[in-house]
Design a protein around this ligand. Structure first.
Ligand SMILES: [Zn+2]
Length: 132
């Protein structure tokens, strides 16, 4: 069985969002910094954070193909591609690339979709190449 995230006080609003099909991130009320992953305070200025909703669009900053399962739970998932995505709102997100795909390229546009899991409270954000 694939390991699933365990929401904590910082990430609970993020995972509640993904279960609703919303990609949420934090924006600092003081300096405007877009922050991910979720934290208690802004990493740039220690200011207060507000949740915002992302449009779920971004560009591939980097990627890697995973051929060797990191643990037994991932044996049926390999090979897969991980993409590091610069989201249009200014934060960066690591996602699995899903769907019919051509080889990813740096700068390529992707969008976020949500994959249901056996836990109805957890939906995993994934990237698909724009146009899929
Ligand atoms: Zn700040």
């Amino acid at each position: 069985m694939m390991p699933l995230p365990h929401p904590n006080a910082d990430s609970r609003a993020y995972w509640e969002g993904t279960a609703l099909g919303e990609l949420r991130y934090q924006r600092c009320s003081d300096c405007g910094h877009a922050q991910f992953p979720p934290r208690a305070v802004c990493l740039r200025c220690a200011g207060a954070l507000q949740w915002a909703r992302s449009a779920g669009q971004g560009s591939i900053h980097s990627y890697t193909a995973v051929a060797r399962a990191p643990s037994a739970a991932f044996k049926s998932a390999v090979p897969y591609v991980l993409v590091l995505v610069d989201m249009d709102e200014g934060f960066r997100l690591l996602l699995t690339l899903r769907g019919p795909q051509t080889a990813p390229t740096i700068g390529q546009r992707v969008r976020v979709v949500f994959e249901a899991t056996e836990d109805p409270a957890i939906c995993l954000p994934q990237a698909v190449q724009d146009g899929d």
